[in-house]
Design a protein around this ligand. Sequence first.
Ligand code: AMP
Length: 188
Amino acid sequence: MFNLILFGPPGAGKGTQAVKIAKKYNWNHVSTGDILRAEVSQGSLLGLQVKAVMEAGHLVSDELLIEIINTVFLKHVNADGFVFDGFPRTLNQAHELDKLLNRLNHPVNQVISLEVNEEELVKRLLNRALEQGRIDDTEEVIKNRLVQYHKHTKPLQQYYLEKGIYTEVHGVGGIDDIFESLCRAIRK
Ligand code: AMP
């Protein structure tokens, strides 16, 4: 089992690239944002719990995320691999993921960060708001999501750097070119 974390701020292109990677290597794409959005649109208990938090561009609690990830693993115990997109987003989540994967004897193999400058990120997120009408892509919420990223998620770079499993890939350019750079960077 290969466990890859696709890392980066909102708008870096993690979702787009994770889908392509999952297809190429036959891994499971785990997007916690997609899982949470599906819960919200189904109107489930979990969805009702997280809707306001997501709409404000804040982070959903670590407890809920860890529960979600545990459920994902239980469903796919025999998978060839996982590509995580949007998880972990806090140090606490990273520690819990390590605990879970170490128990299964399949630690995180690699973390690849998609590097995109802030101006480009805001431009992409505003475009996505127009195209997909995502409720969390308004200008104010976008700013909030980037603040959350810098405060809670960016510190994970150091955590994975110290583990010696962190790589960066330039995330601006054509989708297929970025995908090729990612495939070259994956140490499978
Ligand atoms: P995303 O599509 O990954 O940008 O996620 C959309 C929203 O879902 C985020 O702004 C958070 O409110 C929530 N979310 C997704 N993944 C996580 C996570 N790992 N930890 C906390 N909140 C998350």
